[in-house]
Design a protein around this ligand. Structure first.
Ligand SMILES: [Zn+2]
Ligand SMILES: [Zn+2]
Length: 313
């Protein structure tokens, strides 16, 4: 097995690989069965992120195949913020379309109320993580209102919380067991982040305001939860739905916009007005033609590729 590694002197990839303080991230140019998966030094692979999220049964399982995606997203959150922004752009350039299409699909597990995937799927968890660090990802997600409206529809179900609590969340040692609180916090965070881009969502769920009394109740019920997101997002969502707090919304959007970085990691240019977006994936950004050209020999392998279906043997 040959591992195709991308080595060019100024790319994020080589910078991350060479930085001993950062978890190294190797991005495979393509995900095909003839290539070794890209690896994180702690054993997590981007390959697993994609396949844990999308569950490709035809792919031979990598050694840590069963690492739950919430643990992988947890690991991603520990990457230092500057690298995290580069990483988000790269993961999203490659996977976002596939994740969105999967989440909107008829995949039975997504529609099975007895499964935790019905309430917070692995794909949605990863989309939520990517949205948190990129307005470009949010805008893409906002073009698919079904993503948000489907979650709102579920939150409106009278016994949503009880049923979401009751599902089986299999523990995979040595990781801490997944919890209802973490899943619920992620659901609320997803709705809140999507609503920052409300102006761009065509056909928002008509009954969204019916969530307000429920959110007030959840804020009270979960005020002592170790997952602070439940209380905080519930409170924020009431204001967001009522359209009470445009200052907060523009502040949060500005924060996301300022997290945009040039695709060349050694380049310090940040912020939307100084960066232009790649035409292919509409995610990765560059300070100008020179850096876009310098990164292309790497970026072309992940630009808008989605997951590459491996050849059947
Ligand atoms: Zn640059
Ligand atoms: Zn691109």
């Amino acid at each position: 097995m040959t591992q195709l590694q991308v080595t060019h002197p100024v790319s994020i990839t080589s910078a991350l690989l060479n930085a001993s303080t950062n978890p190294a991230i190797v991005f495979a140019p393509q995900l095909s069965s003839s290539m070794a998966p890209p690896t994180f030094p702690n054993g997590l692979t981007l390959y697993e992120i994609g396949f844990a999220a999308l569950k490709y049964p035809s792919v031979p399982p990598p050694p840590q195949r069963n690492i739950p995606l919430n643990n992988i997203v947890g690991a991603l959150q520990h990457v230092p913020p500057a690298s995290q922004h580069h990483m988000i752009a790269q993961i999203a350039s490659q996977y976002l379309n596939a994740l969105i299409e999967y989440q909107k699909s008829d995949e039975p597990i997504l529609h099975d109320q007895s499964s935790s995937e019905y309430y917070m799927s692995n794909a949605l968890l990863l989309i939520n993580f990517l949205m948190g660090g990129s307005p470009d990802v949010c805008k893409r997600a906002a073009q698919h209102p079904a993503l948000l409206n489907d979650v709102i529809e579920k939150l409106l179900e009278p016994d949503f919380v009880d049923r979401m609590k009751a599902v089986d969340r299999p523990e995979v040692p040595p990781f801490p067991p997944p919890t209802f609180d973490a899943d619920f916090g992620n659901v609320l965070q997803f709705v809140s982040t999507m609503l920052l881009y409300r102006d761009e969502i065509e056909g928002l769920h008509p009954r969204i305001s019916e969530l307000i009394p429920k959110l007030r109740e959840w804020k009270r019920t979960f005020r002592n939860s170790p997952v602070k997101t439940i209380k905080n997002a519930s409170e924020r969502l009431v204001d967001q739905i009522q359209g009470l707090d445009p200052t907060m919304i523009s502040m949060m959007r500005r924060m996301q916009e300022n997290s945009l970085v040039c695709g060349i990691v050694s380049c310090r240019v940040t912020g939307p007005e100084r960066l232009t977006v790649c035409n292919g994936c509409k995610i990765q950004r560059y300070c100008g033609r020179e850096h876009q050209k310098a990164d292309w020999k790497y970026h072309k392998h992940i630009c808008n590729k989605g997951l590459v279906e491996p050849a059947e043997d």
